[in-house]
Design a protein around this ligand. Structure first.
Ligand code: NAP
Length: 247
């Protein structure tokens, strides 16, 4: 893949999947805007790695759940690089609990970051993509958004919502040469999944036909393809990267 001259913004790129996506895009020659919310040190480390891979980099702190901060993030990328071609809505959190025990704050936080965050950045980015008549938007959903999961009603609702957002925006802006797709990872080894108890991990691996957990790089490979020219006739799709877990 060659993304020389393109600019990509990856939300939540200080760790896990977002980090791997930012580094993979950096290796293709794209300029990369690396966003984080609180972990400045991790963000700086990823920015350094992306620079060593040859990319021009902007590191930018913003809480994507806040519309004004999401807009500032997009604007900063455009100011730095003069354009925005690729938006990867990756920032996400979990606040797991059974529904009857779930607090309003846990519901709101997960919906606000995982779903409203993508709305905030997409709306801000489209101002530039529509003018340029070019864009690649990739939303990181989850197989939990397709299958549901006990203890994750907030997360599943947000990730299913992202699929509705993806398909609707794909229909709205397809005529402007902007594609919008969702990626649905299965169980990927990151800090998010580190929190899960051993018995849950063992149960999950028994459900994965490929017999292993995924890596952030497994997800980044698909996102790099969807961000490329080669994926220009793919829009409104939900593509799982899950070792076959959701078959
Ligand atoms: P992670 O390791 O916990 O990293 C989360 C990232 O999101 C961090 O960079 C964090 O920044 C950032 N973030 C959190 N809240 C934010 C906010 N309000 N504004 C901006 N950035 C924010 O997560 P991950 O496992 O890589 O997951 C990445 C995405 O993939 C998420 O959307 C997740 O739901 C999805 N996903 C993950 C899996 C999995 O198995 N891991 C499976 C399916 C889907 P800080 O470092 O500053 O906190």
């Amino acid at each position: 893949m060659n993304l020389d001259g393109r600019t990509a913004l990856v939300t939540g790129a200080s760790r896990g999947i977002g980090r791997a996506v930012a580094l993979a895009l950096a290796k293709t020659g794209a300029n990369v805007v690396i966003n984080y919310v609180s972990n400045a040190r991790a963000g700086q480390k990823v920015a350094g790695e992306a620079e060593r891979a040859g990319a021009r980099v902007l590191l930018f702190q913003a809480d994507v759940s806040r519309p004004e901060e999401a807009a500032e993030l997009v604007q900063a990328g455009v100011d730095e690089f003069g354009r925005l071609d690729i938006l990867v809505n990756n920032a996400g959190i979990t606040r797991d609990n059974l529904l009857m025990r779930m607090q309003d704050e846990d519901w709101d936080a997960v919906l606000n970051v995982n779903l409203k965050g993508a709305f905030n950045t997409t709306r801000a980015a489209l101002r530039y993509m529509l003018k340029a008549r070019y864009g690649r938007i990739i939303n990181i959903s989850s197989i939990i958004g397709l299958r549901g999961n006990a203890g994750q009603a907030n997360y599943a609702a947000a990730k299913a919502g992202l699929i509705g957002l993806t398909k609707s925006v794909a229909r709205e802006i397809g005529s402007r040469n902007i594609t919008v797709n969702a990626v649905a990872p299965g169980f990927i080894l990151t800090e998010m999944t580190d929190k899960l108890p051993q018995e849950v991990r063992e149960r999950m691996i028994s459900e994965i036909p490929l017999g292993r957990f995924g890596t952030p790089e497994d997800v980044a490979a698909l996102i790099t393809f969807l961000a490329s020219e080669a994926a220009g006739y793919i829009t409104g799709q939900v593509i799982a990267v899950d070792g076959g877990m959701a078959i």
